[in-house]
Every structure is written in C-alpha cells, then in structure tokens.
Design a protein around this ligand. Structure first.
Ligand SMILES: [Zn+2]
Length: 272
C-alpha cells in the first residue's frame, strides 16, 4: 500500500510523527510496585543514571531531541542529569512526585503532588514544564482537571487512536492535548513483563512506524533508563531510530512541539 496520496496532518512533507519519551522513575516506580524486601527488582533501578547518560549520548549522535518525564524525587536525586538533558535540547515534563498511583489519591493530594513536582522540576531544570505523564497510567477524572488548573499544555495518558486529541474536563480552561501512548510502545512491557530481544522490539516498532507512515499517525515511545538504557536494548532503540531518520519524512519531535503544532492547527478552526 502506498500512502503518498493521503493527507498528512504533520508539518511540511512529514508523513508521520515520532515522539521519544524517557520516564525517569529512579527507584520510586519499582518501590511502589514491589515488596520492600524485593531488592532483586528494586535494585535494578540503580542503573537509572547510567541509562540516562547512555540515552543522552545516543540521542546526541542521532541529533534527536526527546522528552524526559521526570519523577520529582528522582530529579532531586540527580539534578546534574536534568541540567545536562536541558542543555542538550531535551524537554522536561512531569511524571508525579514519587510515582504514587494518582487514582488512589484525593483531588487535593493530587494537586499537591502536581504542584510540588512542577516547582521542583522548574527550579532544577530552569525551564517551565508544559506536560505530564501519569505514573503507571493510573489517572482518574481529577488528574486532567488538575493538569488544566496548573496551565499544562499536554498529557500522554489516554491511548485513544493514533493521533493527538483534546481533553477538556473544565470547559472554562484551555484544552489539554493528549498524545496517545500504548502498552506496545512501552519498553517495560517488552523487557520486564516479558523477556524480549532488542531485535524483536526494534522490528515490532518498525512495523508500527511503517503502518502509521501510511496513515499519517503519531507514535509515542515510553522508555525507561533502567530498561532501554541498558546496552543491548539501547542498541536496538538506536537501530529503530536510525531507521526512522533514514525514511526522511518522519517528524521526530519533543512532546511540547507536537502538542503546540496540534493546537495551532485546531486553533485555526476553533477556540482551542
Ligand atoms: Zn514511570
């Protein structure tokens, strides 16, 4: 099938968009999921800083800017890495204070969690984050209301189709742009929940990208430094990204830029 006749929603001659995001959980994700005595898993996250460093090197080699969704406490643990990521052109976004599941929290607890994370990331990064991804994708109705209150622009939470969409729980505030994630674009599913080889993962993602390129879709990867940051998986990611670059018509961009583009396009037609 040749998709050249389809109209693409992306800028210029781009036929699809690709957003690379790393969720920097530190130990807090695994600590939330596992028994405190389960050092077998919790200790795996000690790899996080080495994984972030490797990801920065590989992305710099490919001249790709990514979005790093940083847990607030993890940001306090490794401020130098955030500064380096920002210095290399990457975006910093919210990924909760300590990876607690937001749907288990009251609205006020969620509000405090967002606020504290926002302030910490702003202070350390010297940037004003505009996006949020919920830890473990355990959000509820309050979550996106609070993201609107905080003036955020985008979330990566709801796997609704293959294009961005608008979420507007509060009709009196600007809508959020939702960039759809997928459990199939989450390295945790491939390497932790099951053991896949880097080739399997790169090949599957290549098929996703080929299909979305025919259709003009958006692919948003969710990667973890202590998972894809390891040598073989990072080599597999680099191979996939090399492929995306070689196609010559994939818009590989940070989440904030994709959200801004989507809002601009819609803004020509409505009040978004
Ligand atoms: Zn996470």
């Amino acid at each position: 099938m040749d998709g050249t006749s389809r109209r693409s929603p992306w800028p210029g001659d781009h036929r699809a968009a690709l957003c690379v995001t790393f969720d920097v959980d530190g130990p807090y994700g695994e600590k939330g999921y596992r028994d405190a005595g389960n050092t077998y898993w919790i200790s795996q996250t000690e790899y996080d800083p080495a994984g972030v460093e490797r990801s920065l090197r590989v992305l710099a080699d490919l001249d790709i800017q990514a979005t790093y969704c940083w847990v607030g406490r993890s940001a306090e643990d490794q401020p130098d890495l955030i500064e380096r990521a920002v210095g290399e052109g990457h975006e910093i976004a919210l990924h909760t204070w300590e990876h607690r599941y937001l749907h288990t929290m009251t609205p006020d607890e969620q509000r405090d969690d967002f606020q504290r994370t926002f302030e910490t990331l702003s202070r350390i990064s010297g940037t004003q984050p505009t996006g949020h991804k919920t830890g473990g994708w355990r959000y509820n109705d309050d979550t996106h209301l609070i993201a609107q209150e905080l003036g955020l622009s985008w979330v990566m939470d709801v796997p609704r189709g293959d294009l961005p969409s608008f979420i507007r729980p509060d009709e009196n505030r600007p809508a959020l742009v939702n960039l759809p994630p997928s459990w199939l674009w989450d390295d945790y599913n491939w390497y932790v929940d099951q053991t896949s080889s880097p080739n399997q993962v790169a090949n599957a993602w290549q098929d996703d990208l080929d299909m979305l390129r025919e259709e003009g879709g958006l692919m948003s990867l969710t990667l973890h430094p202590f998972v894809t940051g390891r040598p073989g998986p990072m080599r597999g990611l680099a191979r996939f990204l090399d492929y995306a670059v070689s196609l010559g018509d994939i818009w590989i961009a940070r989440a904030d830029l994709i959200a801004a583009w989507w809002r601009d396009q819609a803004g020509n037609m409505s009040e978004y």
